[in-house]
Design a binder for this molecule. Structure first.
Ligand SMILES: C[S@@+](CC[C@H](N)C(=O)[O-])C[C@H]1O[C@@H](n2cnc3c(N)ncnc32)[C@H](O)[C@@H]1O
Length: 331
């Protein structure tokens, strides 16, 4: 997964075109509607006030992709708050420099430094971090590694490494024999890294996934999958480097790690998070505007507002983006 997604020459994210755009393989919330970024901006402003408007407050979007989130977030926070991006892909970094300027686009988390004050955002980042695959067997766990037999790639059984088994015992919950767990060591390590740097402020992680209990029905087949052209793609081993390989994020594991680090944790749906920041009021305001334009016979302008309403509503869809999870971690 690490090689297929991040290899500097052949990796899905590292090489070639931008992925999280309409012409790419998947559409994320900030690409669907600017209201996602605007409301994250509103959240950041609330944090800024909660902390007493500290000097050096920064907003950092990690895995910022095409820059759609930082762009719409910037409309709300203005020039007063510094907005930065961290992005592993060179193609995406080039695009981000156009939005933020070179001094505010970074390659990795080290850019946060230590004693960070501000808000860190990660939308659809953790589902792409490499996982190990563990299978429940009598008395313990086995791993599935990627093997090559001269004919192609296959998953092969391998003994379970101690850190993988320990992660399963700690976070996976009840898993029946044959059940498959995506062991998210990289995601929990990433969270620990951010928390070690975060002195005061908040981290907002948005993604698909759930707690161990919510993930239990999906353990039979596991959640490892690919996306291509906005649809489920082929088996992860058949087109290495050409598809988005992803898993459901284990938010229970992340919440536990954050609580153990002494942070305050909230886990809500994306719909609840955005509604809490006023999205329903914004949609109502846009609908009123649409009626006014219709009454004035402004057909084109009305269609533009109608489009904005539809896209904003998509962020709340109960079987789509609205059911994504938002983990808010505060210090
Ligand atoms: C699914 S895209 C999401 C992009 C953007 N956040 C959005 O919502 O449209 C994931 C992005 O995270 C980047 N990425 C993956 N691992 C990363 C890491 N460890 N640090 C920073 N960026 C990373 C990828 O290059 C890719 O641009």
């Amino acid at each position: 997964m690490a090689t297929c997604l991040y290899d500097e020459e052949a990796g899905y994210f590292a090489a070639g075109p931008l992925r999280s755009v309409a012409a790419g393989d998947f559409l994320t919330s900030p690409e669907v509607s600017p209201w996602f970024g605007r409301l994250v901006g509103r959240f950041a402003l609330e944090e800024f006030r909660r902390l007493g408007r500290p000097a050096g407050f920064r907003i950092v979007d990690v895995g910022a992709g095409s820059g759609s989130l930082v762009r719409s977030l910037g409309e709300v926070v203005g020039a007063d708050l510094a907005v930065h991006a961290v992005e592993a892909s060179a193609a995406a970094r080039a695009r981000l420099v156009e939005v933020l300027g070179a001094g505010r686009v970074h390659r990795d988390l080290a850019a946060l430094g230590s004693g960070f004050v501000g808000v860190v955002v990660a939308n659809e980042l953790l589902d792409n971090l490499p996982v190990a695959i563990a299978v429940r067997v009598p008395g313990g766990w086995e791993e599935r590694w990627v093997g090559h037999d001269g004919d192609g790639f296959h998953l092969v059984a391998a003994p379970c490494r101690p850190e993988v088994a320990a992660w399963c015992e700690r976070y996976a919950g009840v898993v029946p024999a044959g059940g498959i767990v995506e062991v998210q060591l990289a995601a929990t390590a990433w969270l620990k890294d951010v928390l070690a740097r975060l002195d005061r402020g908040a981290l907002v992680v948005v993604d698909y996934g759930g707690t161990a209990v919510e993930l239990a029905p999906r353990r039979l087949t596991g959640t490892l999958r690919t996306y291509r052209g906005h649809h489920l793609g082929p088996d992860p081993l058949t087109a290495p480097g050409e598809t988005d390989i992803t898993v459901d994020v284990d938010f229970g594991a992340l919440a536990t790690v954050a609580e153990e680090a002494g942070a305050h944790v909230e886990l809500v749906t994306q719909a609840a998070f955005l509604e809490g920041l006023g999205l329903l009021d914004e949609i109502e305001r846009l609908r009123r505007r649409e009626r006014e334009l219709a009454a004035a016979g402004e057909a084109m302008a009305r269609l533009v507002v109608r489009d904005e309403v539809t896209n904003a509503e998509t962020l709340l869809h109960p079987r789509g983006l609205g059911d994504f999870r938002v983990l808010v971690v505060r210090r």
